[in-house]
Design a protein around this ligand. Structure first.
Ligand code: SAM
Length: 317
């Protein structure tokens, strides 16, 4: 959730220059809050909830000793989750060099990370992964892309390169897991905003005390590149993201030999998963709801609705 700074004129969101580089710069300059700092923000509950969702995805789709490729790994926030899943090998990639260095540091400090790991700084959507990763026929059992895949939907060319990268480096029967913004949810909100009788006729913005979304246009003119500016308290500020048109994503994945397993909004994901004893216990252990803090606020809960949990499987040839 984040991206390059945008130049805003009246209802235009123009990517300013080389967008991939600006995404990198945005994340390279993000303030590191540290574990303590992250426990005391307006979105602490939301962050913990998102981590709970990722933990479940990881637990569900990994097996002991599996090889993992983490595209858009950021600062390595999921390393502990991979470690708990007892994976066999890890490759983390991200376009932001500073984040990659932080991930590498976190790996060396994660004493229970018993798996070997490699880290690369590279654009995972604009170029083939073989630019950095060796051997060229490297294959992972699980490819993960958490809260980052929407940047690939800026253009069809990037989305295709991203999909080619995933398909080429995923083993047969391997699983591709990701969390992405829910385009339907965002479009419904946008239409409701435009149609609200009290809304200024030009308003293309909505949100609450923790998040803010502003579109440039009322309707997409193309499947790719439908931009909005996104702000999430303490995490992202006024950055350009792109809607992921799910039918096009599923079709593109199918073209590359991947079939959709599920695509579930975070609210429904919660309803489906919390009833499983180990997921409930994990929810408690991760202190998603904790007596020392206020409960997840209504505004956080609404913002949680922005996201989808998605999984694909690569068919055997
Ligand atoms: N996956 C991590 C997590 O869940 O904590 C980080 C998520 S962060 C919101 C989004 C990440 O996507 C950033 O670290 C950003 O640098 C990365 N990213 C954006 N565009 C990318 C690209 N073209 N190639 C690789 N990484 C990219």
């Amino acid at each position: 959730n984040g991206g390059q700074k945008i130049h805003r004129t009246e209802h235009t969101l123009e990517p300013a220059g080389n967008s991939a580089q600006q995404v990198a710069e945005h994340y390279n300059t993000r303030r590191e809050l540290g574990i303590e700092g992250r426990l005391h923000t307006k979105i602490t509950g939301l962050r913990l909830f998102n981590n709970w969702v990722k933990s479940i995805l990881i637990q569900k789709h990994t097996f002991r000793g599996c090889k993992v490729l983490d595209l858009g790994c950021g600062k390595g926030g999921d390393l502990r989750k991979w470690s708990i899943a007892r994976i066999g090998e890890y490759v983390g990639m991200d376009i932001a060099q500073v984040s990659v260095a932080q991930a590498q540091k976190r790996y060396s400090e994660t004493t229970n990370a018993r798996f070997p790991a490699r880290f690369f700084s590279q654009d995972c959507y604009g170029e083939p992964l073989t630019k950095t990763i060796q051997p060229a026929d490297y294959r992972a059992d699980v490819i993960s892309a958490q809260f980052c895949l929407h940047y690939a939907f800026e253009t069809e060319r990037k989305a295709r390169q991203m999909m080619r990268n995933v398909s080429e480096h995923l083993a047969d029967d391997g699983v591709f897991i990701c969390t992405i913004p829910n385009a339907n949810w965002l479009m419904k909100k946008l239409r409701a905003t435009c149609e609200a009788p009290e809304a200024a006729s030009t308003s293309l913005a909505f949100g609450n005390t923790v998040y803010h979304v502003e579109f440039a246009k009322r309707e997409p003119v193309s499947v790719y590149g439908f931009a909005y500016a996104f702000t999430l308290d303490e995490a992202v500020e006024d950055c350009t993201e792109y809607l992921v048109h799910m039918p096009s994503f599923v079709a593109l994945a199918a073209e590359h030999g991947l079939e959709l397993l599920y695509c579930t909004g975070f609210h429904d994901f919660y309803s489906q998963q919390i009833g499983e004893r180990q997921n409930y216990e994990l929810f408690q252990r991760m202190r998603v709801v904790d007596e020392s803090r206020p409960q997840i606020s209504a505004d956080e809960w609404e913002a949680i609705g922005v996201y989808l949990a998605v999984a694909f499987r690569k068919a055997r040839k």
